[in-house]
Design a protein around this ligand. Sequence first.
Ligand SMILES: [Ca+2]
Ligand SMILES: [Ca+2]
Ligand SMILES: [Ca+2]
Length: 237
Amino acid sequence: MKQLTTLALVFAAIGWSTMAQAIPINITAAKLTGLTGGSPANTAVYRADLDSLGIADLASITIRDNSSGLGGATGQFSGFDLDAIILSGTYCTDAGCVAGLTGLAVFDYSPASTLFTMGSQRPPSDPRLFGTDASGTNVDDSVATLGIFDGNSTTAIPGADGFLSMGDNGTISFNLTSLVSTTDLYMYFGEVGDNGEVAASSIEISDKPVTVPAPASLALMGLGLVGLIAFRRRRFG
Ligand SMILES: [Ca+2]
Ligand SMILES: [Ca+2]
Ligand SMILES: [Ca+2]
């Protein structure tokens, strides 16, 4: 019995240790005055002060849509419409100021560093969300241009351009290409349409990259947990 417990603990430990050890911090963002974007220009810009949050070096940023099907358009435009996300040492109080900034070159929008989990579409659904590639599962940055506040705030096709619609409950994580000191650092991001979808979303930063646990790690951890549960049931009835 003791050997069984040890084995279960070892499996559980291996499972946990191979998963991401990130310590995410939920952050709040302030809406700036004015709007920016392409044509029409209705991108609302938000600012988060990343200094003094307990993370010295920033490794990843995660945004989750949790607008629960409320606000904004349907189909391929469902959910949070991300125009751009940048990091800068410059403090801005209005959207126009942010649109003129050149953000730090630490983003890579390819699937290697940008992990997108699409949310669901509200009917009538389209084959894929706006701003995604042909597979529908990754960002197409030639459309979304996530480094530039240039979104056209329209659902007309043609016309819509320059943003990614994440779908209801969609998630996007950016693993930065190098660590960034959070001293005097600001994050700015834009929501196309300024139609309330950003208010319910959550934003996390972490000093560790975000990883998708490999199925083998999860299976191993599951095996360990099952072992522990079996042991506890036997022992405690
Ligand atoms: Ca939307
Ligand atoms: Ca853009
Ligand atoms: Ca929107």
